[in-house]
Design a protein around this ligand. Structure first.
Ligand code: HEC
Length: 147
């Protein structure tokens, strides 16, 4: 059993680590588009992680905005992945397009979860569960569909 605080540290490290520009040299525009969307997902998650770690002050409006932004990005995820496109630098697995309904469901689930997290968030205490829920949504998709 990994303790909750260790879990959170790992999540924060995951979110705060310098975004390696995995997409440097990607020529395919569709692949580029989905990588950029994912980069924005990470940037917004990183803001929440920094607030949780008190590296930046807690700001309710900013936290809500980041959650709403993640929700919007999740809503757009199926549309940027819909067209099957590949690039040597891509980390997408082919099964995305074999199971696109499930891929879409996972995107919509994260969109709904982060939108309700934004609505329910009222103080610093609520940040941890909101971030855990968000991270679970990212991981749920990455573990099946990303190399
Ligand atoms: C429904 C599926 C799905 C969800 C939800 C999802 N991702 Fe992704 N993500 C992917 C896939 C697939 C890739 C690989 C894209 C590629 O390289 O073609 C990826 C790639 C990434 C990358 C690397 C981008 C790059 O430049 O190579 C980051 C960072 C990332 N995701 C962050 C997140 C974060 C943070 C969340 C949650 C807030 C999230 N993702 C939610 C499917 C998802």
């Amino acid at each position: 059993m990994i303790s909750l605080s260790l879990k959170i540290s790992l999540i924060v490290i995951f979110f705060s680590s310098t975004l390696l520009l995995a997409h440097t040299g990607v020529k395919n525009e569709d692949v580029m588009k989905r990588m950029n969307l994912m980069k924005s997902m990470a940037e917004n998650s990183k803001i929440l992680g920094k607030m949780l770690k008190k590296k930046i002050p807690f700001d309710l409006e900013q936290a809500k905005n980041s959650l709403i932004e993640i929700s919007n990005l999740s809503k757009s995820t199926p549309s940027v992945f819909e067209k099957m496109a590949m690039d040597p630098k891509s980390e997408s697995k082919m099964i995305i397009w074999e199971e696109f309904d499930n891929f879409r469901d996972l995107s919509n689930m994260l969109a709904d979860d982060t939108l309700s997290a934004a609505k329910n968030l009222s103080d610093f205490e609520g940040l941890k569960p909101a971030l855990l829920k968000t991270a679970a949504g990212c991981k749920g998709c990455h573990s099946r569909y990303r190399e």
